[in-house]
Design a binder for this molecule. Structure first.
Ligand SMILES: [Zn+2]
Length: 346
């Protein structure tokens, strides 16, 4: 009953009214819808408003996707003909089904990867288990971090009704699309944050939709990829593309300073991790002890656990695509927050 009444409530008020989604125009033809709360799942979407329209990333659930459509709808003449998924994570693909008839574009790895990391029934079951009066307390006792993450998600999200809709136009290295006379380059740059990482580059307007290769003012969550590939991509953006405006996957619109800071963060975490690793300190302990320096003010600093653990995996010579155990990951992040005396935020 509890779960049901939650669902009812969320349909009417899916978004935190104090920090709502907002639309921002970033160039002549480009717009962004930004999730200002900026916690996990609060991803951004983009719109290239020319040549039939192209939407970049489709939000984490249907209420947010509908709100994004409503916001972009103020400037477009009709539903866009193309959608790009910048990678396989649920917060970038769960609104795909609302774009019926659109060409959905993504890296070749996405259809398979989405089955692994963006299967809606898994999230739906997790949310039900956390909200249930019997299984909720059990989950909290066994996996306090996962339980806290589910409770946080239930404040903003309702995953019911989401269906897995993978892209059907698949590309390997790059895909170039011309919208009227506007060139759009979709470039595969992964694995940095995920296997299918792609960025959407508009060379004339110098606008970049970076997907989760860029988190801005919030702690990045690196899932499947390598530090080296991530550095290479950030360097390519800085030295070759040189965008004027960047819409990150998470966080506010920025310029190249966002890329510079992101690279500095990743370098710092990897260097410090090496030091802890060489001294036999476990990743979870290193996440409790590392000096957060200037990054303490980034949202969800406790997510640093994931970046340290990923560095450790590399130091141990483990494969970059070794799967994450969701329960353990969120429990560790939760533990880091408590040890640091901060309110756990995911
Ligand atoms: Zn994301």
């Amino acid at each position: 009953m509890l779960a049901e009444s939650n669902v009812m409530k969320k349909h009417t008020a899916p978004v935190d009214e104090e920090k709502p989604m907002k639309m921002e125009q970033v160039s002549n033809t480009c717009f962004a819808v930004l999730n200002e709360k900026n916690r996990v799942c609060d991803a951004n979407s983009g719109l290239i408003n020319v040549g039939g329209g192209m939407v970049i990333d489709t939000q984490s659930d249907l209420p947010h996707a509908r709100q994004m459509i409503e916001m972009f709808g103020k400037v477009w003449s009709g539903m866009p003909e193309r959608v790009v998924n910048t990678h396989e994570d649920s917060d970038h693909v769960f609104g795909n089904q609302l774009f019926q008839g659109a060409e959905i574009i993504g890296h070749r790895s996405l259809p398979e990867r989405m089955k692994t990391v963006a299967e809606p029934t898994e999230l739906q079951h997790m949310m039900q288990a956390a909200a249930d009066p019997v299984t909720g307390p059990q989950l909290k006792a066994m996996h306090p971090g996962l339980s806290a993450a589910a409770n946080q998600l239930s404040e903003d999200y309702d995953f019911s009704g989401v269906e897995l809709i993978p892209p059907t136009t698949l590309f390997d290295d790059r895909l170039e699309v011309t919208l009227d006379d506007v060139e759009v380059h979709i470039l595969h740059v992964g694995p940095c944050h995920e296997v299918g990482d792609a960025i959407v580059w508009m060379p004339k307007e110098r606008v970049l939709f970076a997907g989760d290769v860029l988190f801005r003012l919030c702690t990045p969550m690196g899932w499947v990829g390598t530090f080296e590939k991530w550095f290479e991509t950030l360097d390519m953006i800085t030295n070759e593309l040189k965008p004027d405006v960047i819409v990150p996957g998470h966080g506010p619109v920025c310029g190249l300073e966002g890329v510079t800071e992101m690279k500095a963060y990743l370098q710092y975490v990897r260097n410090e991790s090496r030091h802890f690793f060489d001294n036999g300190v476990a990743a979870s302990e290193a996440a409790r002890r590392i000096d957060l320096g200037p990054y303490a003010d980034w949202l969800c600093p406790e997510r640093i656990y994931m970046n340290i653990e990923r560095a450790y995996r590399e130091f141990r010579g483990e494969p970059f695509d070794q799967p994450w155990e969701q329960e353990k990951t969120f429990d560790e992040i939760y533990g880091v927050a408590l040890a640091r005396g901060i309110v756990p935020t995911f």
